[in-house]
Design a protein around this ligand. Structure first.
Ligand code: ADP
Length: 349
């Protein structure tokens, strides 16, 4: 069998030229049996047709192939590279060219799918954002209009309307701060300043910061028994403070009155520390668990908005923990409670 798959243009031209010159020389020898005339004819016809066929193949087929490569590769070959590709490297067979084109088409398909996904993501993000902005802005507009239309002069309502306006402005400011934070995290602009610190101390500081909010709901903030032995982690302390604030704040917001929020800290395999924040509140239904870390995803839109979060808290936590090269996860059951956990590198010596 001929190795038809990998014919170079030269081999292809030589074979065709031979198929052409051999019968002509044989026919000549048949009519005029002089061997040197037949041999010269064979050589002349072979060389002439070889040159002609090679010229045609290169001009009409390989030039077209070169054009295809010009389209599919974006890098420009230098004169030296072009010489190397043309004269030293084995020429590509048509099958190899087809494989290259198929590979290129696969890559483009994947790129287009990614672009489509990004486009859908962008649309959803814009829709969510305008929805988030609408609620407080329309509320502010309503209060200001009412005040201007006469309520300003009524001492029994003017303070109440102004404080509602101020609450909605706070909500907008929170949303903008969270958006700013998430866009910085996503752009990778923010560097991590890692240091060794005792995680239980940070948890206690966060508990202290949120103690008033917890007291309002008569919620106890505790560290689990047996988890008091100080464990040092190597991480960006301020960023981890933010993660803990978001998780404990959520546990208070979605926890139950007179409930308990429990932090636990475990050492796993000597290299990692697992930190968990658990509550005994409303819990999250299984169908929401997969999406809970997405931006603006809420299990109960109306209730969560009323409670006042930006819907970005968990997305920010995920970004921060992933920037540390670690993971964050959740376990939850409706009416039993939720536990959010994340890992951190243990102390660096
Ligand atoms: P939000 O600002 O709405 O609290 P988050 O990103 O912090 O945004 O949380 C996303 C959603 O996850 C919340 O709206 C809520 O539905 C749910 N969630 C978060 N933490 C808890 C929790 N501890 N218990 C129950 N549901 C929670």
């Amino acid at each position: 069998m001929l190795p038809t798959k990998n014919f170079s243009p030269q081999q292809l031209s030589a074979l065709t030229a031979f198929c052409l010159s051999a019968p002509i020389a044989a026919a000549l020898y048949y009519f005029k049996p002089v061997w040197w005339i037949a041999l010269i004819t064979l050589l002349v016809v072979f060389l002439g047709s070889f040159a002609l066929i090679l010229f045609m193949v290169q001009r009409f087929i390989y030039r077209k192939i070169k054009l295809i490569y010009k389209l599919i590769y974006q890098t420009k070959a230098s004169k030296r590279e072009e010489f190397y590709y043309k004269n030293i490297l084995p020429q590509k067979s048509i099958d190899e060219v087809r494989e290259d084109v198929e590979k290129w088409a696969e890559q483009r398909k994947a790129e287009i799918e990614l672009l489509k996904k990004n486009e859908a993501f962008r649309k959803e993000f814009l829709q969510n954002l305008s929805h988030e902005l609408k609620t407080p802005i329309f509320a502010i507009q309503g209060y200001v209009d009412t005040l201007l239309n006469g309520a300003l002069e009524k001492p029994e309502v003017n303070r109440k309307f102004l404080s509602s306006t101020s609450r909605n402005i706070d909500r907008l400011v929170n949303l903008l701060n969270d958006l700013d934070e998430i866009s910085k995290l996503e752009s990778g602009e923010q560097l991590l300043y890692k240091e060794n610190f005792i995680i239980q101390d940070l948890i206690k500081e966060v508990y202290e910061t949120l103690s008033i909010k917890a007291e309002e709901n008569s919620i106890r903030l505790i560290i689990k028994k047996g988890c008091e032995v100080p464990l040092s982690v190597f991480a960006d302390k301020e960023k981890i403070r933010q993660v803990l604030i978001n998780l404990v704040e959520n546990a208070i917001k979605y926890g139950k009155k007179n409930g308990t929020i429990e932090a636990s800290v475990y050492k796993i395999d000597g290299k990692l520390i697992l930190i968990e924040i658990g509550d005994d509140g409303a819990g999250i239904a299984e169908e929401h668990l997969k999406r809970i870390f997405e931006r603006f995803y809420r299990t109960d839109q109306a209730r969560s908005r009323k409670i006042g979060g930006s819907g970005l808290g968990l997305a920010i936590c995920k970004h921060i923990i992933e920037a540390h090269g670690q993971t964050i996860h959740v376990r939850s059951s409706l009416d039993v409670g939720s536990t959010f956990g994340f890992t951190l590198e243990s102390k660096k010596d």
